[in-house]
Design a binder for this molecule. Structure first.
Ligand code: SF4
Length: 225
């Protein structure tokens, strides 16, 4: 199933724009309760105004709130980014640490965020169990676990470490484009014949094709997000 999904989404990648581990860490924190597309609209201004962890820590709160407003929950997110910048300066001399144990001790950083940063900014294999990953792993019969950490461990045992980061991208792409929470496009799914949940969504191929999103949507561009 992973091979088939990888063939469908060979271009799967982290959909947050970033150049440095700090930028990815902050963007991932901002992505809570919103889309990566929305985050990508605010981060260029955010990172040009406050390029370093020290800059973020010293930012004027109301000014940052205005920049982050489009992402929703902008007051709480501003507080998180200020605290994150301060903690990175105090504990890690301004550099994002490349270890899970250190990352998860930073304010507002859980395992999911830490694995995104490790996998995509440091090249350390990591499984990112977000809402899409968990739902798909259960639908495809890879695990019954609901708890994200248990899902991470259960799925991790099924795949070689080297595949963990790409596996995460591919499942998240599939969840965003085809295997939606409410109306999965089963009739347009490359793993339909192997999936024990085939039929939870639309099975008619024409109707299912209309449910596909982003570059797979009818008339969608050959873009990668
Ligand atoms: S067959 Fe349906 S439930 Fe299974 S992975 Fe495909 S879209 Fe999701």
């Amino acid at each position: 199933m992973y091979r088939m999904l990888h063939e469908r989404y060979p271009y799967a990648h982290c959909e947050l724009d970033f150049d440095t581990p700090l930028q990815l860490l902050v963007a991932t924190v901002l992505s809570a309760q919103t889309t990566d597309v929305t985050v990508n609209k605010v981060t260029p201004l955010l990172f040009s105004r406050w390029p370093t962890a020290a800059d973020l820590a010293a930012a004027e709160r109301t000014e940052m709130e205005e920049v982050l407003r489009p992402t929703g929950f902008f007051r709480a997110k501003t507080a998180s980014v200020l605290a994150l910048g301060a903690a990175i300066v105090e504990r890690h001399e301004g550099e994002v640490p490349p270890r899970l144990a250190d990352l998860v001790k930073l304010p507002g950083v859980g395992r999911k965020t830490a694995n995104v940063v490790l996998g995509n900014a440091f090249g350390v294999p990591g499984i990112t169990v977000d809402t899409h990953f968990g739902r798909l792993a259960r639908r495809m019969g890879w695990t019954d676990e609901e708890d994200p950490v248990k899902v991470e461990h259960a799925v991790g045992e099924l795949f070689p470490r080297k595949d963990w980061t790409m596996l995460s991208h591919v499942l998240i792409f599939h969840g965003r484009r085809t295997c939606h929470a409410r109306r999965p496009a089963c009739g347009a799914c490359p793993v339909a014949r192997l999936c024990p949940s085939y039929g939870v969504g639309e099975t008619d191929p024409d109707k299912a094709a209309k449910l596909l999103r982003y570059e797979l949507a009818p008339g969608g561009q050959a873009a990668t997000r």
